[in-house]
Design a protein around this ligand. Structure first.
Ligand SMILES: [Zn+2]
Length: 131
């Protein structure tokens, strides 16, 4: 992080990382909406922050571990397309998004509808439908 541009949060919010997803990643704050959790999980993929991803994964669907050591994916951009529920007063939500990434020197697109659940005031990622 040497130039001011690189301080922008990778989730595409046009906010500084320190005012966007970082407070969630360091545990200083909790995302209020499913979309905010979705964004912070995308940023966690950008930073290969497996601890945060596991911590925000519903226990029924959470993998035992995430290993990014062999991973050559570069995440380029997140586009939130649609949100259903997932607000501060909801306990379920769906977020539809496009995520653009480069793998094996090819630009690829991942389109997913992710499902989220709030348990005891915390949002968790449950699963996603790819299409
Ligand atoms: Zn962010």
């Amino acid at each position: 992080m040497t130039t001011s541009n690189s301080n922008f949060c990778p989730c595409g919010s046009n906010q500084n990382y320190t005012e966007c997803c970082q407070p969630f990643h360091v545990g200083a704050d909790l995302p209020v909406t499913a979309e905010a959790l979705m964004r912070s999980r995308y940023s966690a993929y950008v930073f290969k922050n497996s601890d945060y991803l596991l911590m925000t994964w519903h226990k029924n669907t959470r993998p035992k571990q995430l290993d990014f050591s062999q991973d050559n994916t570069t995440w380029n951009k997140l586009e939130i397309l649609n949100c259903k529920k997932g607000g501060a007063k909801d306990d379920k939500g769906r977020v539809e998004f496009n995520a653009f990434y480069v793998q094996d020197n090819e630009i690829r697109l991942m389109h997913e509808i992710s499902r989220f659940k709030k348990i005891a005031g915390r949002w968790f990622y449950v699963d996603g439908v790819l299409d």
